[in-house]
Write a protein that binds this ligand. Structure first.
Ligand code: SAM
Length: 458
């Protein structure tokens, strides 16, 4: 089969008489021998057996763990081809899901660094095949196997060094890695977060219950080896789910937050608060948001899904008032502190679900001139879309990390009286299939702002 494109998710796409075959680990222009694994009416999934002829975009992945590791999916593809594909995927989703075929999707802003850009890494622990412990990433397609890493090319040198220190400590102390099949053992995950611009590191060790003394013993060797570690936390996961979020957590040493700097704004980030994982490109992303928002100092700005308040605070100096909403209490506390520390007057931060908070505060908040929307991958709920349409701001700026949910939300905004002016993709995640983009919508339909149709959940 000949591979023609890259689909969202990183699979190669081959076509035959209108039938689509997805082929992993291929690039446009590859001729490949494949075995169909799963066939549906209009498409099939396949395994790659052999590349018969390499396409021009094929390259040797610099990481020795490709393709075993489940992390990167695009290291075998020339960088320019990956960004072109990401742009096409946004167009394709807008056309197919949003029925918006002719949108100006601009060329992707390329990443400043193709490697070493991640400020947050989550490693899993598992028993090593010959005994002992592995600390790394899941083998592709396997929930029960973890590949031990000497270095991850997406992590920073500091982040890699911390993982090695924790692995040495765990091995030296004889800490049992958690075995998911047997549901036994202690060490489950390691989360390393880094303020790339400040050099500060925050480390969270996730174990099953009963490892307090052991983790306490990590504090001294960790800070001795890495004085830039400002805090060590210990989270306990006694459940089946492999998660690092929402767990009971205690502070072992130092503090439970670190700082990062973006666009001359210093931010405090608590352990549970979200922050963009590529600090250097976050500045670029926010510049694109600022461009799309077009603030001149007199406007009211809503920063929905605000995290630690970074967008609203970076842009807030050009606004009259900022209203920020996020569902994570620690993030809202961070946002309040960050706004105050950065001298922002006229800042209101509210905690809760965007749709619910906007409903509860109907008529009590200043009317927005610009609404910035930066939701998680699932996009906006129906209720949140209705509330955004109801407040009827002249400009919406949507920061999307998922083209499918973006296309669906975009269609609803267009139906509700907005025109999608353009989409500016920004590559925040080189080597991976993730696609980030900033979109500007302007209100075209006239009419009073106010409640829309009846909302059963309101
Ligand atoms: C993609 S992050 C954006 C964060 C921030 N704008 C930034 O640039 O760092 C999405 C944020 O949405 C928050 N969130 C998720 N679901 C939410 C909901 N239903 N209502 C409000 N906030 C939510 C998360 O806590 C997270 O901070």
């Amino acid at each position: 089969m000949e591979v023609a494109d890259l689909a969202f998710g990183g699979m190669g796409v081959a076509r035959h008489d209108g039938f689509v075959v997805f082929v992993p680990d291929t690039v446009p222009g590859d001729r490949a021998r494949v075995r169909v694994r799963k066939s549906r009416r209009r498409f099939a999934e396949s395994d790659l057996l052999e590349v018969l002829e390499a396409g021009p975009a094929r390259r040797d992945p610099p990481c020795p763990y490709v393709p075993r590791c489940g992390g990167c999916r695009l290291q075998h593809v020339a960088y320019e081809t990956t960004v072109d594909a990401k742009r096409s995927q946004i167009r394709e989703h807008l056309g197919r899901i949003g029925h918006l075929p002719d949108i100006d999707v601009r060329p992707v802003d390329p990443a400043a660094e193709p490697f070493g850009y991640r400020n947050k890494m989550e490693y899993s622990a598992a028993p090593a095949p010959g005994g002992g412990l592995t600390l790394g990433f899941h083998r592709r397609g396997r929930w029960d196997e973890v590949i031990d890493l000497d270095a991850c090319l997406l992590a920073t040198p500091r982040g890699n060094a911390v993982r090695d220190t924790v692995r040495r400590w765990a091995t030296d102390c004889g800490i049992a890695p958690y075995d998911q099949r047997a549901q036994a053992g202690q060490l489950r995950h390691l989360v390393v977060r880094e303020g790339v611009a400040t050099g500060e590191l925050l480390v969270t060790v996730v174990t099953a219950h009963g490892a307090e003394d052991l983790v306490d013993g990590l504090a001294a060797p960790l800070t001795a080896a890495h004085p830039e570690v400002v805090g060590l936390l210990h989270a306990v996961n006694d459940g089946l789910a492999e998660t690092t979020q929402g767990l009971p957590t205690r502070l072992v040493s130092g503090r439970d937050w670190f700082t990062e700097r973006v666009m001359d704004v210093t931010l405090r980030l608590s352990a549970p608060s979200f922050f963009q994982t590529n600090t250097n490109m976050t500045g670029r992303l926010y510049e694109r948001v600022a461009e799309a928002a077009g603030l001149d100092g007199g406007q009211v700005l809503y920063d929905l899904f605000c995290g630690v308040g970074s967008i609203g605070i970076a842009l807030g100096r050009r606004a009259r008032h900022v209203v920020a909403i996020d569902i994570v209490p620690e993030a809202i506390e961070d946002a309040r502190r960050n706004a105050a520390a950065n001298g922002l007057d006229g800042y209101t931060a509210l905690c809760g679900d965007v749709g619910k908070v906007m409903t509860e505060h109907r008529g009590q908040l200043p009317e927005p001139d610009v609404v910035i929307i930066d939701p998680p991958r699932g996009g906006l709920s129906g209720k949140a879309v209705r509330r955004v349409l109801e407040v009827g701001a002249p400009v919406l700026v949507y920061v999307s990390c998922h083209p499918a949910t973006f296309a669906d939300n975009a269609a609803k905004f267009v139906e509700g009286g907005y025109r999608l002016e353009y989409v500016q993709p920004v590559d925040m995640f080189p080597q991976t299939p993730h696609v980030e983009a900033v979109a500007r919508f302007v209100r075209t339909a006239e009419g009073p702002r106010g409640p829309l149709d009846a909302d059963p959940g309101a």
